[in-house]
Design a protein around this ligand. Structure first.
Ligand code: SER
Length: 583
C-alpha cells in the first residue's frame, strides 16, 4: 500500500473523518493564488467555525507553491505537491497528537526510533517552553538528546503574516548511511524534516496583536514527495516512485538522458504535472496573462523551452503523453482529472501550438540581441519585444539571459508592461465596458443581487445561512452558502419572490466607511472578518442587508431587472450552491 492510503487509513482508524482535497484555486480566499498548505482551506474551522465532518479530520491536499519557481530543477523542489494532514478542531491536543505521529511512524511505516529526532518550541516572554511536547516524545522512548528546543523562527507556525498560529514540534528523519549521532543537531543536513505538528492556540491579527483562539487545535502537515523519497532511500525526489516512470517517459522522447540533463527533465516533469492539476481544477483556469492563468502559461512555456533543450520534437505529442501518464497515476485520488481530461489535453496542446509558432524565431531574436550586448545588460525595450512579439514571459527571458550571464532590466520591463496595459485597456473600454475587469455594469448588478440573495436566504432558510463563496460573470452569478439540506421548491420560490419584491420596492443602496469594530457591532454581514482592513466599507440595501464589501454596487435595486434561480445543488459537505441570473 502506498503512503497516502496508509496515512488516511491510520487516521480513520483513530476516529478521523477523511475530507476531500480542496481545489488548488481557493474558493473563498483571494489573498493567495493557490492553496499552499493543507490547513489553508480549514482556516475558518481553525478559527472556531463548526466543521460539518466533526472535530477529527484528515486528508491529502493538493498544494501549489510558486514562490521558488526558479529552484525547480534541483533534487527537492516541486511547484505542485501533496500534503498529508490530520487535524483536531478543539478535540485532542499535544499528547495525543504526538502519540499518533509516533505510532504511525514507528508501527505503520516501521521507522526505527533511533532514526528519529524532534524539535520543540523553546518559548518566549509570553509563551512557556514546550515541555509538554518534549515529555510526550520521551514517554514513547525518544531520548532527551534527540530533542532540540528552537526559537520562533523555527518552531512557531503561521501561514503568512496573520491568522491562526502556534508553536510546533517538527519530526526529523536520519537520511544517511552514516551512523546516527547520539545527539540531534538540527543544523546537520542529514536530518530531514518529515512532519510538522502545529499546536494552534493563538490568532495573530493583521495589526500584530495576538489573542487566544476559542479552541485549541492541532494542524499537522507531511509533504508526500519528500517523505516517499526519504523512505525509499533516494536523495533525489525525482528518482522516487512518485516520479520515476514520468522521468523515464520524458527520457524516451529526448536525445539527452536524465544523467546528462537532469534539470530540464525535472522541470518538464514538475511543470507538466502542475499544469495538469491546474487545468483539471474546477475553477476552470486557462493559460492567460493574469494571476493563476499567467502562472499556468509560464509553466507550460518553460516546459516547452526545456523540451527543446533536450532535443524533444515539440510537434510530437510528448506533452499529451506525459499528461496522460500523470492523469492515470492520480485519477484514483482526484476524480477531476478524469472528468476534465479532455480540457487538460486540449489546453496543453493549444498553448503549445501558440507558443511554438513564435518560439523558434524568438530564440533566434534572443541570440541576436544578446550577441550584441557588451555591458551584460538586456534593456527593457528588448525584453518587452520578446514578450510582446514572441510571447516570452519575462521570467523566461530572465532564465535564458541568466544562462548567458546577462541581467535583464525587469523593473523597467514591468513599467513598460504596465503602461502598455493601460493603453490597451483604454482602447478596449468601448468594446468591453470594463467587463473584463469584472466591474462592468452587468457584474455590478450581479454584485448587488448577491447581497440580496444572501439576505433572502437568511430570512427564508434561517439565520445560520452564511456565504461561503461567490463568483460573478457577465452572464450569471454563483453563490455558495452553508446549509444542511437541499432547498425545497417552496424555499426556492420564496427566495426568488423576496429578492424580486426588494427589486420592485426600489430600495436605495448606500455605503458607509467605518471601523471594523463598529461594522461588526452593527451586525454587518461578512464572510471572513480577519481578511478586512481596520477601516471597512459597509454597503446597505435599505434595512434589508448590511455587508462588508469592496463594491461596486448599483444605486438602487430597481436597476436589477428580474431575479431568477437557475440551479440549486450541493457544492461540498454542508455547502449548497445557487446559480442565478438577472433577466
Ligand atoms: N501548516 C503546517 C505546515 O504547512 C502544518 O500542516 O507545515
Amino acid at each position: 500500500m502506498n503512503l497516502k492510503d496508509l496515512y488516511i487509513n491510520y487516521f480513520i482508524s483513530k476516529g478521523h473523518k477523511q475530507i476531500p482535497s480542496a481545489p488548488v484555486v481557493p474558493e473563498n480566499d483571494s489573498s493567495v493564488l493557490f492553496n499552499t498548505a493543507g490547513m489553508q482551506p480549514l482556516i475558518p474551522y481553525l478559527m472556531g467555525q463548526t466543521h460539518p465532518y466533526g472535530t477529527r479530520l484528515c486528508d491529502y491536499q493538493k498544494c501549489i507553491r510558486t514562490n521558488d519557481l526558479d529552484s525547480i530543477g534541483d533534487k527537492t523542489h516541486h511547484t505542485f505537491f501533496e500534503m498529508l494532514g490530520n487535524w483536531s478542531l478543539g478535540d485532542y491536543f499535544k499528547e495525543e497528537s504526538i502519540a499518533y505521529s509516533f505510532e504511525f511512524l514507528t508501527s505503520v511505516l516501521n521507522i526505527p526510533i533511533e532514526k528519529l529526532a524532534m524539535t520543540v518550541y523553546e518559548g518566549d516572554a509570553s509563551i512557556p517552553r514546550d515541555e509538554v511536547s518534549a515529555n510526550a516524545w520521551m514517554s514513547h522512548g525518544v531520548k532527551k538528546e534527540r530533542i532540540a528546543y528552537l526559537d520562533a523562527s523555527n518552531n512557531f507556525w503561521i501561514a503568512g503574516e496573520s491568522g491562526p498560529c502556534g508553536g510546533d514540534t517538527e519530526i526529523f528523519y536520519w537520511r544517511s548511511d552514516d551512523p546516527v549521532p547520539e545527539k540531534f543537531d538540527p543544523e546537520d543536513e542529514r536530518w530531514v524534516e518529515i512532519w510538522n505538528n502545529v499546536f494552534m492556540e493563538y490568532y495573530k491579527a493583521p495589526d500584530g496583536s495576538v489573542s487566544v483562539l476559542p479552541k485549541k487545535n492541532v494542524d499537522t502537515g507531511m509533504g508526500l514527495e519528500r517523505v516517499v523519497a526519504v523512505l525509499e532511500g533516494v536523495d533525489d525526489n525525482y528518482l522516487s516512485s512518485v516520479w520515476i516512470d514520468v522521468i523515464k517517459k520524458i527520457e524516451s522522447f529526448a536525445t539527452l538522458t536524465y544523467s546528462e540533463n537532469p534539470k530540464s527533465i525535472r522541470i518538464i516533469a514538475d511543470h507538466i504535472r502542475t499544469a495538469v492539476f491546474i487545468l483539471a481544477d474546477h475553477s476552470g483556469i486557462k493559460p492567460s496573462n493574469t494571476d493563476q492563468g499567467y502562472i499556468l502559461r509560464r509553466l507550460i512555456r518553460r516546459a516547452i523551452r526545456h523540451a527543446k533543450k533536450l532535443g524533444i520534437d515539440i510537434n510530437s505529442s510528448w506533452e499529451q503523453e506525459i499528461a496522460l501518464m500523470i492523469i492515470d497515476k492520480y485519477a484514483k485520488y482526484y476524480s477531476e482529472l478524469t472528468e476534465n481530461k479532455a480540457v487538460v489535453l486540449e489546453n496543453l496542446q493549444v498553448e503549445k501550438v501558440k507558443f511554438n509558432r513564435t518560439l523558434e524565431k524568438g530564440l533566434r531574436e534572443f541570440e541576436k540581441i544578446t550577441n550584441n550586448i557588451t555591458d551584460g545588460n538586456l534593456n527593457r525595450d528588448l525584453a518587452f519585444k520578446l514578450y510582446d512579439t514572441y510571447g516570452f514571459p519575462i521570467e523566461l527571458t530572465e532564465e535564458l539571459a541568466r544562462e548567458k550571464g546577462i541581467v535583464v532590466d525587469v523593473a523597467g520591463f514591468k513599467e513598460k508592461f504596465k503602461a502598455h496595459q493601460e493603453l490597451s485597456r483604454t482602447a478596449s473600454q468601448g468594446k468591453f465596458k470594463g467587463g473584463l475587469a469584472g466591474n462592468g455594469e452587468i457584474e455590478t448588478k450581479y454584485h448587488t443581487a448577491t447581497h440580496l440573495l444572501n439576505a433572502a436566504l437568511k430570512q427564508v432558510v434561517g439565520p445560520d445561512v452564511h456565504q461561503k463563496g461567490s463568483n460573478i460573470t457577465d452572464e450569471r452569478m454563483r453563490f455558495d452558502f452553508s446549509c444542511d439540506h437541499k432547498l425545497t421548491d417552496e424555499e426556492k420560490i420564496a427566495v426568488e419572490n423576496l429578492v424580486n419584491q426588494w427589486i420592485k420596492d426600489e430600495i436605495e443602496v448606500t455605503k458607509k466607511k467605518m471601523s471594523k469594530e463598529d461594522a461588526l457591532k452593527s451586525g454587518a454581514e461578512c464572510m471572513f472578518i480577519e481578511k478586512y482592513p481596520d477601516v471597512v466599507t459597509v454597503y446597505s440595501v435599505g434595512d434589508v442587508s448590511h455587508e462588508l464589501c469592496g463594491g461596486p454596487h448599483v444605486n438602487n435595486t430597481r436597476e436589477l431587472g428580474t431575479f431568477k434561480i437557475k440551479k440549486e445543488e450541493a457544492s461540498s459537505a454542508g455547502v449548497r450552491r445557487i446559480k442565478a441570473v438577472l433577466e
